[in-house]
Structures are given as C-alpha cells and as structure tokens.
Design a protein around this ligand. Structure first.
Ligand code: SAM
Length: 285
C-alpha cells in the first residue's frame, strides 16, 4: 500500500481521494495552508494540517490538488524540502488543460437539454464575475439567461444570525470586486442576457409562475438565498431540467449543504453530487 498525502483541500482534494484506487493507496493526511480549514476533519477522517507538518508524516507521494494556487503550493513544498520524486501534480497527470468538471458537466447537460427540447430559460443566482455564467451563455446560446447578483458582494441582506456568525471576516467581505459591465463583457451572446441586480429573490418578484426554466445555477453560498432559489425555481423547472447547486458538500459554506439537504428531503427531490472542485450537487426533475 502506498501512502499518500493530499495537498489542497476542497473538491479538488476530494476528487483526488475518490479517484485513487483504494486497494493501492492509503490517504494518510490532508495538507492545506488555509488556516480556516486547518484542524477540521475531512472525508476520510484525517484532520487538515498546515504544510509545516508535512515532515511529521511518512508518505510515498504528496499529490498536489491545486485549486487556484498551484504555483504557490509548489514553492511551499520546496521550502519544506519535499523530495521532487514524491510530488505528483494532479492536473498534470493527463498533460492536457481540462475544463473544470462542473463546466464539463454543464456542457453535457446542455446537450441533453437541446436534444430533448427541454423548454425554458436559464438562470444563475450568484454570478460574481460571470466565470460560470459565460459557459451557460455559450452552451445554451439561444436561451434567455437571467443573471441575479448584487454585484457588490453579500451586502447587508438578512441572514439567519447563526450563519452570519459562522462566516469568517474574509468570507463576509468576498465578491465585492465586480460589476455588471465586467460580467456583460464576457458574455458571447449578450442579446440573451437579462441582468437582475440586487438581492434575490426580490429581484425575481416580477417573473411569473408560468415562466419555465431548463437550467439554473445556484451559486450564492448562503443558506437563505439558496433555499429561496430552490423554492423559486423548482416549481418552474421543466421536466428534464437541471439545478446545479455549488458548494453543496458544505465544507466552506455549510449553509449550502443545509439548504440542499432540507429541500431535497421536504420535496422528495433527486440529487446527483459531482466531483468538481467545489462539490456541486445537481437536482433534477
Ligand atoms: C461564489 S460567488 C459566485 C461565483 C460565480 N457563480 C462563478 O462561478 O464564478 C457568490 C455570489 O453570490 C452573490 N449573492 C449572495 N447572496 C445573494 C443574494 N441574496 N442575491 C444576489 N446575489 C447574492 C454574491 O454577491 C456573490 O457574487
């Protein structure tokens, strides 16, 4: 049995763990330099520790499961004197640049929506800089795409007090550095975009009960807008349509998991978790 350390928590780390043949590899630890994650226990029961603890482990390989920071992570491994031959960079195994799995999954779901003529518009709640929305606009290019966001971060929306307390100061301040203009510039089919700026679900109040949706992305991190999104879009989702809920494993954003768990239970909805970098769950009708 080869012993493996996984460097980089998040969905990328979980994708590594679930993709390794467990008859040949044993995960002995998780390393991450994000102090907000350290000390927590992850999937296989190993606690997450900082890279300064790599020296405390016996391992055959350290697999770098990069999210955004692979260069920085490799430099860190250098400072901790990890032997070069023990380092495996997960994304380099296939030596090709891959789409994030969520985007690849969107691509194949878009094919099914088109092939089966699933009726309806598309929507994303939680757009930020439009990185995912641009692919929705590209793959379902003939559909109207509603983009819901404050475009100013979380703002002072009313959350459950417990959820607000559970966020770190950094999390509370995230996603403010964007604008409608920056997002629109990325969209290949701007003529089909309808921007709804402000707090969801208030910004959806005039969308009628008869409006159908074929594809919806809920990527707004917090329990309340995700639950409200599920309650709003589920009755409007066409048969054969999909709702993608980002971060639904709940490690970074526990409210997302709670909303999905409660919603699926109460509505008898079927879900499919996927192994993308942020552990999206797909809810289908
Ligand atoms: C994780 S970011 C979205 C990332 C984006 N989907 C992407 O793939 O790059 C979360 C976004 O949710 C937005 N958001 C959170 N609560 C919201 C609400 N109630 N109404 C509108 N937008 C909200 C934030 O402003 C932020 O831009």
């Amino acid at each position: 049995m080869k012993k493996v350390l996984i460097y980089g928590y998040s969905g990328a780390g979980k994708a590594v763990e679930y993709s390794l043949d467990e008859r040949e590899y044993e995960i002995v630890g998780y390393i991450d330099d994000n102090v907000e994650i350290q000390g927590k226990t992850v999937w296989g029961g190993c606690p997450v520790v900082g890279s300064e603890h790599i020296k405390d482990y016996e391992y055959d390989y350290i697999v770098v499961a990069p999210f955004w920071r692979s260069k920085e992570m490799l430099e860190k491994l250098g400072t901790h004197e990890v032997p070069h031959e023990k380092i495996v960079i997960w994304d380099e195994i296939h030596k090709v640049k891959k789409l994030d799995y969520r985007i690849a999954q969107l691509r194949v779901c878009s094919d099914v929506i088109r092939d089966n003529r699933v009726d309806g518009c598309c929507a994303e709640v939680g757009v930020y800089k439009g990185e995912f929305a641009r692919y929705i606009n590209e793959y379902l290019s003939d559909r109207k795409l509603y983009l819901f966001d404050t475009f100013e971060g979380f703002g002072d929306q009313k959350l459950e007090r417990g959820e607000l307390r559970s966020l770190s100061e950094r999390q509370k301040m995230e996603f403010q550095d964007t604008s409608v203009a920056e997002v629109l510039e990325k969209m290949p089919h701007q003529e089909n975009i309808e921007v709804r700026k402000g707090f969801f679900p208030g910004t959806a109040a005039d969308i009628s009960e008869d409006t159908r949706f074929a594809f919806v992305s809920l990527d707004c991190d917090l329990y309340k807008p995700i639950m409200e999104g599920l309650l709003f879009f589920w009755p409007r989702l066409s048969h054969g349509g999909y709702i993608f809920v980002h971060d639904a494993a709940g490690f970074m954003w526990p409210g997302a998991k709670r909303a999905v768990d409660e919603f699926c239970k109460e509505n008898n909805a079927v879900r499919l978790p996927i192994l993308d970098r942020c552990l999206t769950t797909i809810i289908m009708k």
